[in-house]
Design a protein around this ligand. Structure first.
Ligand code: CS2
Ligand code: MG
Length: 402
C-alpha cells in the first residue's frame, strides 16, 4: 500500500481547525489534527510545503519510520509547529492502520485498561456565585471531575472565564486582546473560591484549577500550601515550566498535586519534571506532542515515576484529537483524567465521530481507527477566520504570562 495524496484542510466551524487527510492507493484514508491555536496557518504551511510532498509514495504502515524520518529528517528538531505537523501525520497513519486491520485504535495500542474514560469539564463564572452555579450543573450532568475558574474582584479580565453565555474561546478575531493580571489579587482571592466549592458541594467531586503559568515558583508554593485544606485533584501550570528545576521549590512547600504540559511538544520538555517526580500529571496532548507514537513514549516514561496522564483537551483542539485521545486514554495504564470542554454543533457536524459521552465519562467507540472523519463539503462552508490568543500585562504594564 502507498500514500498517493496528502491534503491540508483548514476550516472554521465555530473556530479554526487544521486537518491533514492522507489517502492511499487502495482508497483508504486517515486524518490527523494539526491545530495550533493562533498559529494555524504556520502548521498548514509546514505540512503543505514541506511534509506532504515527502509522504507521497511512502508505505502508510511504516508509522515509526515516518515519525523518525520527519523528526530527524528536518534537522531543526522539536517546537510546536514541527511537532504538531508530525502529530497530524502520525494520527492519520494510525487511523489508516486501524481501518486496514478493522481494529479501533485502542486495540492496536494494547486494548482497554478500563471501562471508560473519566473526563473533566469547565465550570466558569464571573464571580463565585456564578461559578458555583456552573459547578452544580456539571454535577447534575454526572461529571466526577470539574475544573473551576472565576473572575477575580477588581481585575478587569482573567483567564478561563467566558465573556458571554457561550463556550469559552480564548482566541479573539482582529486585534490581539490585552488582559491585565495581578498575582496579589489572585492569590488573596482564589482560596475563597475553593472554600466555597467545598462548603457547598463537599469533597465527592475532583476539583481542578488552572493557574495558567501566571505565578512565580514561590508564589505557586504559597498557593499550593494555602489550598491544601480543599484537596484539589490538581493545580495546573502553576508557573512557566521552561525551568523544570523551578518546580523543586514548589514541591518543597506543598502536597497539592501539580499538572503541567499542555504547551510541551516533546519528552525533553518534561523529562526532569517526571524523573524527579516534580509533577503528578503530564498534560501533553496528541496534537502538540508528536501524536500517538511520541505521546506513548512520554506516558510510558511517566509510568516509571508514578506520573499519570491528564491530556489537554480544550475546544481549540479538534474533534479528531478528541477522538484519538479517547482511544489513547482507554489504553494507557497510567491514566489520570481527560479534559473535555465540548464543541459547538457546527464543529461536530464537520467532524462526524464515534465517541460517546455518558455522565462524566467518555468512550471512543469501536469504529476502526480513531473513529473521527471530516465532512469536506461541510468544512468548505467555514473558511479560515484569523484569531489570536490574548496577551497579559501586569497592572504596571509589564508583559506577563497569559
Ligand atoms: C487551557 C487551555 O484547557 C486548558 O487547560 O490551558 O484552554 C488553553 O488556554 C488553550 O488551549 C490555549 O489555546
Ligand atoms: Mg491549561
Amino acid at each position: 500500500m502507498k500514500i498517493v495524496r496528502a491534503d491540508v484542510i483548514v476550516t472554521c466551524p465555530g473556530r479554526n481547525f487544521v486537518t491533514l487527510k492522507i489517502v492511499t492507493d487502495e482508497g483508504v484514508h486517515g486524518i490527523g489534527d494539526a491545530t495550533l491555536n493562533g498559529r494555524e496557518l504556520a502548521v498548514a504551511s509546514y505540512l503543505k510545503d514541506h511534509v506532504c510532498p515527502l509522504l507521497i509514495g511512502r508505505d502508510p504502515g511504516c508509522i515509526e519510520d515516518t515519525w523518525q524520518y520527519l523528526y530527524k529528517g528536518a534537522y531543526w528538531r522539536r517546537g510546536p509547529v514541527t511537532m504538531t505537523a508530525i502529530a497530524a501525520v502520525d494520527m492519520a497513519l494510525w487511523d489508516i492502520l486501524g481501518k486496514v486491520t478493522g481494529m479501533p485504535l485502542y486495540k492496536l495500542l494494547g486494548g482497554a485498561s478500563r471501562e471508560s474514560v473519566m473526563v473533566y469539564g469547565h465550570a466558569t463564572g464571573r464571580d463565585i456565585p456564578e461559578a458555583l452555579d456552573r459547578y452544580a450543573e456539571h454535577i447534575e450532568a454526572g461529571y466526577q471531575a470539574i475544573r473551576i475558574q472565576c473572575g477575580v474582584p477588581n481585575m478587569r479580565s482573567v483567564y478561563g472565564v467566558s465573556k458571554g453565555s457561550g463556550m469559552y474561546e480564548p482566541a479573539t478575531k482582529g486585534a490581539v486582546e490585552e488582559q491585565s493580571w495581578s498575582s496579589e489579587k489572585y492569590l488573596d482571592f482564589v482560596p475563597k473560591l475553593f472554600e466555597a466549592v467545598r462548603d457547598k458541594f463537599g469533597f465527592d467531586t475532583h476539583l481542578l484549577h488552572d493557574v495558567h503559568h501566571r505565578l512565580t515558583p514561590i508564589e505557586a508554593a504559597r498557593l499550593g500550601k494555602s489550598i491544601e485544606p480543599y484537596r484539589l485533584f490538581w493545580m495546573e501550570d502553576p508557573t512557566p515550566a521552561e525551568n523544570q528545576a523551578g518546580f523543586r521549590l514548589i514541591r518543597e512547600h506543598t502536597v497539592t498535586p501539580i499538572a503541567v504540559g499542555e504547551v510541551f511538544n516533546s519528552i525533553w520538555d518534561c523529562k526532569q519534571l517526571i524523573e524527579e517526580q516534580l509533577i503528578d500529571y503530564i498534560r501533553a496532548t496528541l496534537t502538540h506532542a508528536g501524536g500517538i507514537t511520541h505521546l506513548r513514549r512520554i506516558a510510558d516514561f511517566a509510568s516509571l515515576y508514578q506520573v499519570r496522564t491528564g491530556c489537554h483537551g480544550p475546544s481549540d483542539l479538534s474533534p479528531v484529537c478528541m477522538g484519538a485521545a479517547l482511544h489513547f486514554d482507554l489504553w494507557v495504564p497510567n491514566f489520570g483524567v481527560q479534559e473535555y470542554m465540548g464543541f459547538p454543533q457546527e464543529a461536530l457536524d464537520v467532524f462526524p465521530h464515534a465517541w460517546r459521552f455518558e455522565r462524566g465519562t467518555m468512550h471512543p467507540g469501536e469504529a476502526p481507527g480513531h473513529g473521527v472523519d471530516i465532512d469536506e463539503a461541510a468544512a468548505a462552508r467555514y473558511p479560515y477566520d484569523p484569531a489570536y490568543l490574548p496577551v497579559a500585562r501586569l497592572e504596571d504594564g509589564t508583559l506577563w504570562n497569559w
